[in-house]
Design a protein around this ligand. Structure first.
Ligand code: NAG
Ligand code: NAG
Ligand code: NAG
Ligand code: NAG
Length: 394
């Protein structure tokens, strides 16, 4: 009897919580229009968004912060937590940056920031960074401000971002720093192949980062995992144009956190400068990259489909021994197929003082259109399994 009662109570509670989730009047939807925002693309809606946010953030019940259809001009803004409950940021419209780049670029290098939030979600929305006038400034060589990232998640836990589109950011599109458990699903990122430093998603000092079903077309790395990126899962990403998926640059500073447990699977690289790359500065550092898996990837005319480059030192400055302190180990390349745009399809250029260890090549078929492809190993140790084209240099 006690048993049945127990089940009945559970069912009863489940029903109540289901209805309170779907129909409760207590779960407020906070519409930015009620706080004076205007969907005409010209009116500066920053103050209205900040007021609406403050109201949502104070709500004792989980609130929905709602941005309806239309174009909302926002200047630099921080959506700051912690909040009293979990907030859903639901965006039907487009958020636009000011067309005068200096009104963002002169500040601390960001446009929209979500900070100190736990249990937070962003659903939908287009963020248009209006980067083109800034890129023109960069190309003309005149002194330009640093440039603003479009969307930053900083010190966040348990975040879900779904169906978001980011267009033409001044510098990187999405930055994740010091976050734990963040999911990006169905994210679409787009900037011209010629736009400078417009990385898609950059991760630093974060753990539990998942990117699934993303389309990233940009002028720099589609995804870059920098120091302290751990437990990262990247699946079904279509990258290109762009510079590929990159671990690094690592070893930027002498004392830095390592990159560990990264999986990149079932993804496509279309006309990219690199496919999967691990890159480190040729200077002293205690950084490392380990337990990395690249599996089931398709290369369509990628320039460097598989590359480890530990000799990074632009301008040959500050690299005394030309030797990277970053240790690279346990990196597995499995079932990687397609075409390489240059003959050298596999290039492991590892550190003399810290050779790569535990590299595995398995079932690779990378052909160069007009001839045979090659692989090159320097200071790299590992194993080869199954059929590997080009012939493995390990
Ligand atoms: C931004 O900096 C540039 C110089 O780099 C300056 O000409 C411009 O007036 C500044 N804009 C703002 C809004 O501060
Ligand atoms: C590695 O990361 C995945 C998520 O990508 C996680 O599920 C798994 O538990 C991690 N493994 C270890 C040993 O931490
Ligand atoms: C390999 O990845 C492709 C997408 O690029 C996917 O369609 C296919 O199902 C994957 N194969 C396996 C065995 O998971
Ligand atoms: C391959 O060769 C053809 C004809 O010689 C040339 O038109 C084409 O551009 C070459 N492709 C590459 C990738 O070099």
């Amino acid at each position: 009897m006690a048993h049945y009662t127990h089940h009945f109570i559970l069912l009863f509670l489940a029903t109540i919580s289901f209805f309170s989730f779907t129909f409760s009047k207590d779960a407020p939807s906070i519409n930015v229009l009620s706080f004076g925002a205007k969907p005409n693309g010209n009116f500066d809606s920053t103050t209205s968004f900040v007021k609406a946010w403050s109201s949502a953030c104070k709500s004792k019940e989980p609130a929905t912060f709602y941005v309806p259809k239309g174009f909302f001009l926002l200047k630099q803004v921080i959506f700051e937590g912690p909040c009293s409950s979990n907030i859903k940021f639901r965006i039907a419209g487009t958020i636009v940056a000011p067309s005068d780049y200096s009104s963002l670029g002169n500040k601390s290098g960001f446009w929209i920031m979500f900070r100190n939030l736990n249990g937070f979600s962003v659903q939908g929305g287009t963020f248009d960074g209006k980067g083109d006038s800034y890129w023109r400034c960069r190309k003309s060589g005149s002194s330009c401000p640093a440039g603003a990232r479009s969307i930053t998640f900083s010190s966040c836990n348990d975040v879900k971002v779904r169906g978001l589109t980011s267009l033409n950011s001044q510098s990187m599109h999405i930055a994740v720093e010091q976050c734990k458990n963040i999911l990006f699903k169905d994210v679409n990122i787009k900037a011209p192949s010629t736009s400078p430093n417009t990385d898609g998603i950059d991760v630093t000092l974060s753990t539990g980062v998942t990117v699934i079903d993303a389309t990233i077309r940009t002028g720099d790395d589609c995804i870059a995992l920098i120091q302290g990126s751990t437990n990262v899962w990247i699946e079904r990403v279509t990258c290109g144009p762009g510079h590929g998926i990159s671990i690094g640059s690592l070893g930027t500073s002498e004392d830095e956190a390592g990159v560990q447990n990264v999986t990149v699977i079932n993804s496509i690289f279309d006309g990219t400068q690199n496919g999967v790359r691990i890159k480190s500065w040729a200077k002293p550092s205690n950084g490392y990259a380990s337990d990395i898996v690249f599996r089931n990837l398709t290369m369509l005319n990628a320039y460097n489909p598989i590359i480890i480059d530990q000799k990074y030192c632009p301008g040959d400055k500050n690299c005394p021994q030309q030797n990277s302190g970053v240790k690279i180990s346990k990196v597995s390349y499995e079932h990687i197929r397609g075409t390489s745009a240059c003959p050298q399809a596999i290039n492991f250029d590892c550190s003399k003082s810290n050779p790569c260890e535990g590299i595995k090549l398995q079932d690779i078929d990378l052909v160069y259109d007009n001839g045979s492809s090659t692989s090159t190993c320097k200071n790299a140790d590992g194993i080869t399994r199954g059929e590997v084209i080009p012939k493995s240099c390990l």
